[in-house]
Design a protein around this ligand. Structure first.
Ligand SMILES: NC(=O)c1ccc[n+]([C@@H]2O[C@H](COP(=O)([O-])OP(=O)(O)OC[C@H]3O[C@@H](n4cnc5c(N)ncnc54)[C@H](O)[C@@H]3O)[C@@H](O)[C@H]2O)c1
Length: 304
């Protein structure tokens, strides 16, 4: 596929890193002009420079609806229109061993970025697309579909993104604006390390535990990549999905469908390695398994 987005203008929030970076790269490769909007000035500017003339960086905190409105205004002024809005910026929640011990201190931050940011992005993109139509792509998470025994604030924010997006899609369909949701899962990005930092864990150990849990719960053998998510975003951005709106597409290697069959003659991975006496690493495994929703490990693999 080449130049599927030729002549199109897109905004990608959270485009300086991880999945947003992959989407920005894909869209530029397909001929779009892409505005990367992020709080990470250094990373965003470097990526825009690397992507060349068709990319630009714009500082944006998506949790400020007025700033989101100003950004869409300025992109339309600069590029002459807006065809695709990817509301991707997101943050992980702070991890706690249990919900009762969750002080809810990050509630406003997580909801502000993950939900208000998506709602503001949708509103201001729709305002710009009112006479032309367009495609709005909101990034949720399989943690917003699958209930689990942890990171309630993050899960709530991502579940709300799905419900909001389907609801607003009904209204915006009248203006030929399509709204669809991608729910990634099992894709290591810098978000994973940020989760470790927030729970005070060693990033390397934490990442290794999470990746092995994701592998145990994922039907497709390999880990996902930002490119995998970008392919889904490209589908929703182009006319290939012209009759598709208000849908939810997991991009998770099949994780949300359920875990694969355990190896013949063996027990499930979680019980296979369970020692009689808990160790410090087991405590981390427990906490991670019940809280590591940034990469959407499933509660079913919680260390027993
Ligand atoms: N990686 C996964 O497996 C996975 C799974 C499910 C959902 N997601 C979702 O995908 C999206 C991208 O996550 P990622 O894994 O690429 O993480 P990431 O940390 O690599 O990227 C997130 C980006 O968002 C930016 N950002 C954070 N707060 C912002 C704000 N207030 N305003 C503007 N930009 C802000 C960050 O600077 C960063 O560039 C998030 O919404 C995340 O919840 C990721």
């Amino acid at each position: 596929m080449v130049n599927e987005l030729s002549g199109k203008v897109a905004i990608v929030t959270g485009g300086a890193s991880g999945l947003g970076q992959g989407i920005a790269e894909k869209f530029v490769a397909e001929g779009a002009r892409v505005a990367i909007a992020d709080i990470d000035d250094e990373g965003g500017a470097a990526l825009a420079a690397a992507l060349g003339d068709r990319a630009s960086f714009h500082h944006l905190d998506v949790s400020d609806p007025d700033a989101v409105g100003a950004l869409t205004d300025s992109v339309v002024e600069q590029f002459g229109g807006l065809d695709v809005m990817v509301n991707n910026a997101g943050v992980s929640g702070t991890m706690h061993p249990s919900y009762v011990s969750d002080d809810l201190a990050d509630f406003h931050t997580v909801l502000g970025v993950n939900l208000l940011g998506v709602m503001a992005g949708t509103k201001h993109a729709a305002r710009q697309m009112a006479s032309t139509g367009g495609s709005i792509i909101n990034i949720s998470s399989i943690g917003g579909i699958q209930a689990g025994g942890s990171v309630m604030t993050y899960r709530a924010s991502k579940a709300a993104v799905i419900h909001f997006s389907k609801s607003v899609a009904i209204e915006l369909a009248q203006q030929d604006i399509r709204v669809n949701v991608i729910a990634p899962g099992s894709i290591p990005t810098p978000l994973l390390a940020s989760s470790a930092v927030k729970m005070g864990a060693d990033a390397e150990t934490f990442t290794a535990i999470i990746r092995s849990m994701m592998a145990a719960n994922r039907p497709l053998a390999r880990e996902g990549t930002a490119e995998d998510v970008a392919e889904a975003a490209l589908f929703f951005a182009t006319d290939r999905s012209r009759y598709v709106t208000a849908t939810l597409l997991p991009v998770d290697g099949g994780t949300i469908a359920g875990p694969p069959r355990p190896p013949a003659g063996g027990a499930a991975p979680s019980s296979e390695s369970a020692p009689d006496q808990p160790t410090a690493e087991d405590d981390l495994v427990d906490t991670v398994a019940t809280t590591a929703d940034d990469v959407d490990s499933q509660a079913s693999i919680t260390h027993a």
